[in-house]
Design a protein around this ligand. Structure first.
Ligand code: BES
Ligand code: MN
Ligand code: ZN
Length: 498
């Protein structure tokens, strides 16, 4: 999709479609009013007759509106003006873009970006509009032999700002939004691939491709190199699989050479069968999404590289497939992690923490400013927070606050849970330094407490995206979260966002 920004009045736009909003009940936005004036009350007449109440999600497409230069006018219901917030704005843009795409408009000029959104400014509105617009037309159909093609798809969107003085700022915001959307799309594309295609080796190749496209440094450690480093916890997860595990390291050096990097770590289990502690059959296909942390990290690095962010960024992706088999890890097996700490593996389905702990140890060599790991780690996190908020854990309250704020700004929110030492007792093992599971209660917290034992040397946060990385059911698919959250965090660090 091509994007541009302009300022101007709606009746003067030569466009396949001009999009304006209507609040409930039947209240024209400023742009809609200007159109109505030019059209000598054509719009208000229609609205008075009851065709458009302004309810959120409703649309009305009008042709040949007098006094205008566009082919069509699309009215979009915005709901009650007082309740028009982040979610309502995103819903309105999504509805507008989907409708444009399905009704034959080659291009659209969108005035919804002019309307006030509670507590949000122009740059925010433009950035979000670009992200939501790209998402609205996203499809994953590479495995369909017959693709249901849109006959005349939307190709070009113009977002309108209400003052010329805002054009420059809006342009920057647009570029940010487009870059974030590219990262989100990469994360979705990788995550939606089936596990017979997206193997650890495939992920390593995808990282190498990304590195070649954006002049990043890429290094892939194989089984032998990981053995030499003592990553026996990570390696134990791959025992039952025919697929070789990898440790992918990607570096974007946009900052000064002596500047400490932000390190992002993404869980890359390309399929989680549970191993010998086999999962039940229902919905097991969704465990192809157990590499969404990896996908999110690669997507974030792509966005950062597209924007040439002036920061140093390292992505680490430990990746393996968790399968049962003759060489698989057994419940009760004890392994020694890279840190030297020993782990009794009581449940082979708690494998995410086993690959992450060695990646966390490896991260120390980059002398990081902060380390953030991203993982579809626990079903318990879905029980706690559902599909709305990502679980957030941190050994620094300042970092936790920054991430919560970034999530709010990006409408990709996270909610903090504690990792108090009181919980550490649940990980006691009679035979090793710790067990890999903490029992029935507080499953997300004990998982995070496990990770915390490997992150003592630096400032660290953990994002449990088990509930937010993909959607189940009819619109099954990856969401690309938490790329927007991480990008807001990085943009802010780089001083490019308020
Ligand atoms: N990848 C799963 C977590 C998961 C489950 C994410 C369902 C999203 C939906 C993880 O590897 C896992 O299996 N965790 C176990 C841990 C348990 C054995 C302590 C879980 O959550 O059941
Ligand atoms: Mn598992
Ligand atoms: Zn898993």
């Amino acid at each position: 999709m091509e994007f541009s920004i302009k300022s101007g009045s709606p009746e003067k736009q030569r466009s396949a479609c001009v999009v304006v909003g209507v609040f409930e009940p039947r209240k024209l936005t400023l742009a809609a009013e200007l159109l109505d004036n030019a059209a000598r009350s054509h719009l208000s007449d229609i609205i008075r007759r009851g065709d458009m109440e302004g309810k959120a999600g409703s649309t009305l497409l009008l042709h040949n509106v007098p006094g205008t230069l566009c082919d069509r006018v699309l009215l979009v219901g915005l709901g009650k003006e007082k309740e028009f917030g982040d979610k309502e704005y995103a819903d309105a843009i999504r509805t507008a873009v989907r409708t444009l795409n399905e009704t034959g408009s080659f291009d659209g000029t969108v005035f919804l970006t002019e309307n006030g959104v509670r507590k949000r400014g122009t740059a925010w509105r433009i950035r979000q509009a670009a992200i939501v617009a790209c998402e609205a037309v996203y499809r994953f159909d590479q495995f369909k032999s017959k693709k249901d093609k849109v006959r005349r798809p939307l190709r070009k969107l113009t977002f309108v700002v209400d003052r010329r003085s805002e054009l420059a700022g809006a342009d920057d915001a647009l570029r940010q939004g487009q870059a974030i959307a590219e990262g989100v799309a990469l994360a979705k594309n990788l995550a939606n691939l089936p596990a017979n295609v997206c193997t650890p080796t495939y992920l390593a190749e995808a990282a190498a491709t990304l590195a070649a496209e954006h002049k990043l440094e890429c290094q892939v450690l194989d089984r032998e190199e990981m053995t030499a480093l003592g990553m026996h916890s990570l390696l134990s997860v791959a025992g039952g699989s025919r697929q070789d595990p990898k440790l992918i390291v990607l570096q974007h050096r946009g900052g000064k050479s002596d500047e400490k990097p932000v390190v992002l770590i993404g869980k890359g289990i390309t399929f989680d069968s549970g191993g010998i502690s086999l999962k039940p059959a229902a919905d097991m296909d969704e465990m192809k999404y157990d590499m969404c942390g990896a996908a999110g990290v690669l997507g974030t690095i792509k966005s950062a590289a597209v924007l040439r962010l002036p920061i140093n960024l390292v992505g680490i992706v430990p990746t393996a497939e968790n399968m049962p088999g003759g060489a698989a890890t057994r419940p009760g097996d004890i392994v020694t992690s890279m840190s030297g700490q020993t782990i009794e593996i009581l449940n082979t389905d708690a494998e995410g923490r086993l690959i992450l702990c060695d990646a966390l140890s490896y991260a120390a060599r980059f002398e990081p400013e902060v380390v953030i790991d991203v993982a579809t780690l626990t079903g318990a996190c879905v029980v706690a927070l559902g599909h709305v908020a990502t679980g957030l854990f941190a050994n620094s309250d300042a970092l936790a606050r920054e991430l919560i704020h970034a999530g709010e700004e990006a409408h990709d929110r996270a909610w903090q849970l504690p990792i108090w030492n009181d919980y550490q007792e649940l990980l006691k093992s009679p035979f090793a330094d710790m067990a890999n599971v903490g029992g029935r209660w507080a499953g997300s917290i004990t998982a995070a407490c496990f990770l915390a034992r490997f992150a003592r040397k630096y400032v660290w946060a953990h994002l449990d995206i088990a509930g937010t990385a993909w959607k189940s059911g009819n619109d099954k698919g990856a969401t690309g979260r938490p790329v927007p959250l991480l990008m807001h965090y990085l943009l802010r660090r780089a001083g490019q966002i308020a």
